[in-house]
Design a protein around this ligand. Structure first.
Ligand SMILES: N[C@@H](CCC[C@H](N)C(=O)O)C(=O)O
Length: 250
């Protein structure tokens, strides 16, 4: 499946519960020696009351992430009936209107320990390209002013000692307060065509900086997401989800 070209292998293990080790995940995600994707998503039977499916997200390098916005929309589309997703970032509510799927990604966390950063810093102005940082269940930093720097700065910023768990690095340009251009260098996957949690983080960081409206259209290389940071603190992300093919793994 994919969400705006951010592509996934979604394994429905709700009945089979396959044991996937890190090497197997890396192999399946490999674009030349495996199937190929940015993230592998594993579905299992939920363990919390109120949840319909347990969802785990793994990057192409085998590392696990607490959140993935584009994959959450894909899982909602695959499971159907507006499922409640159990993730490491909490229970996520979903809804569907035609081919548009909305995921309530929960509230961002903006303390330096929440991101997390390795030392006490103002998360609105990091001593690293003046980026702003927050957690959307996974660590994000947004650099404002030049989307063309993603390939060149992304790899070193992802692994900066300021981010003890590494970080996803967004590069954002505000076209108007209601419209942002964004490219994201993702932790564990590199430059992707779109990043849902990155779009949420970039809007949150832009609103905190006084640069954007609370509802903002985010245009990424793979297409657009509508992001709304509600007054109650939750962030809603709306966009498409596409199934490319179904298959069976031996
Ligand atoms: N593509 C995702 C984010 C995937 C996880 C990320 N690379 C991380 O390690 O936190 C999205 O759409 O949010």
């Amino acid at each position: 499946m994919h969400g705006l070209g951010n592509d996934f292998i979604v394994i429905d293990g709700r009945e089979t519960d396959p044991a996937l080790d890190e090497a197997t995940i890396r192999h399946l995600c490999d674009r030349r020696f495996g199937i190929g994707c940015d993230q592998l998503v594993l579905l299992s039977a939920p363990t919390l009351e109120g949840a319909d499916v347990l969802v785990r997200f793994f990057n192409a390098d085998g590392s696990e992430s607490g959140a993935c916005g584009n994959a959450s929309r894909c899982v909602a589309s695959l499971v159907g009936n507006n499922p409640v997703l159990q993730t490491r970032a909490g229970l996520l509510l979903t809804s569907q209107d035609g081919d548009r799927i909305t995921v309530n990604m929960g509230a961002p966390r903006t303390g330096w320990q929440d991101v997390p950063l390795s030392k006490d810093c103002d998360t609105l102005h990091l001593p690293l390209h003046d980026a702003a940082a927050c957690s959307m269940g996974n660590p994000h930093a947004t650099v404002f002013g030049d989307v063309s720097r993603a390939e060149d700065l992304g790899p070193s910023l992802e692994k900066s000692p300021l981010f003890p768990q590494r970080a996803n690095i967004g590069f954002a340009d505000l076209i108007t307060p209601g419209h942002m251009r964004l490219r994201v260098w993702e932790r564990g996957a590199g430059l992707t065509l779109a990043c849902g949690s990155g779009a949420c983080a970039a809007v949150v960081n832009a609103v905190r900086r006084g640069l954007a409206d609370r509802t903002c259209l985010v245009t990424m290389d793979g297409g657009d997401l509508q992001i709304t940071w509600q007054e109650n603190g939750d962030v809603l992300m709306t966009g498409p989800a596409t199934t490319v093919f179904h298959g069976k793994l031996p």
